[in-house]
Design a protein around this ligand. Structure first.
Ligand SMILES: *[C@@H]1O[C@H](CO)[C@@H](O)[C@H](O)[C@H]1NC(C)=O
Ligand SMILES: *[C@@H]1O[C@H](CO)[C@@H](O)[C@H](O)[C@H]1NC(C)=O
Ligand SMILES: *[C@@H]1O[C@H](CO)[C@@H](O)[C@H](O)[C@H]1NC(C)=O
Length: 256
């Protein structure tokens, strides 16, 4: 699987974040609030602490904030296409399960009130993409049509996020944070384990060889699948953040 290949991933966003009918309170697992008057380093440290404290609660889902449960997160349709005609692969999961988000830890947060910019790193100790897959395409000249259960687990997946968060006034007269210009990239990982059953229409010999090949070449695979995986985790994170920011007004989110 060598060569510069394009990865593209389409994730159907599962829940559209509707405008809030009533402003919601900041969930108790995200308190005590940080003061917006703190200098940037102190505000950043406060927000990082709160986010780490709230991650696992958020991962259980929050109906009031329209955040789905993430244990696992069910993505109804996920597809990954990459490569050329000679070396190319289409993978589709219907649905895909994403496990492990509840153990995410945030680091290196910068929360800049003046410029309304946020930057942080996330480490997911064990990120699993699992579910029934279908594949079509060619790898090393071999057709790889197949389908079956799959499990792709990445250890210490490191992700870098940045976004702007301008404040807008909603029809209810209250101010809300909006999230724009979000960018996310995979910055590293310590290992990956793959298991795709039923490759090559179930041929066990070829299937085992391909799984062994993919496991040996995990670094390259992460490099190629990185943009797609970043997009998937990015959309999920965005969904959570928008659930929060579109329902909880700024005045409720921060102390003066
Ligand atoms: C935090 O930032 C430092 C300095 O840029 C970097 O070396 C480190 O890998 C970052 N931490 C994570 C978890 O990405
Ligand atoms: C992947 O799927 C797309 C659209 O469904 C198709 O155009 C393309 O030829 C497929 N590629 C391979 C390698 O099967
Ligand atoms: C995926 O594989 C990992 C590592 O082999 C395993 O610990 C985990 O339980 C599996 N998860 C699912 C959902 O199959």
């Amino acid at each position: 699987m060598a060569g510069p290949q394009q990865a593209a991933l389409a994730v159907l966003v599962l829940a559209c974040v509707a405008a809030a009918a009533h402003a919601a309170k900041l969930p108790s697992y995200l308190t005590p609030r940080c003061s917006r008057s703190l200098p940037t380093p102190a505000l950043s440290a406060c927000c990082e602490k709160l986010a780490n404290q709230g991650v696992s609660s958020l991962a259980y889902g929050d109906k009031k904030l329209r955040i789905p449960s993430m244990r696992p997160l069910i993505v109804p349709h996920m597809s990954l296409s990459q490569g050329t005609q000679q070396i190319g692969l289409n993978l589709t999961w219907e649905p895909a399960e994403i496990w492990g988000l509840e153990d995410s830890r945030l680091y290196n947060m910068t929360m800049d009130w003046q410029n309304k910019k946020a930057v942080f790193d996330v480490v997911i100790p064990r990120f699993t993409l699992a579910g029934h897959y279908k594949s079509s395409g060619r790898v090393l000249l071999l057709p790889v049509n197949g389908e079956g259960p799959s499990n792709m687990t990445v250890y210490n997946l490191r992700v870098h996020y940045s976004y702007d968060w301008p404040i807008k006034k909603n029809p209810d007269g209250k101010e809300y944070v909006t999230i724009t210009n979000s960018a996310i990239s995979i910055s590293g990982a310590d290992g990956m384990k793959l298991d795709f059953q039923g490759m090559f229409n179930g041929d066990p010999l070829l299937g085992n060889q391909m799984n062994a090949f993919l496991n040996e070449n995990w670094r390259e695979l992460i490099r190629e699948m990185g943009p797609g995986m970043a997009e998937a985790t990015g959309q999920v994170t965005l969904l959570v953040m928008q659930g929060l920011t579109s329902h909880v007004p700024v005045s409720e989110m921060f102390d003066p």
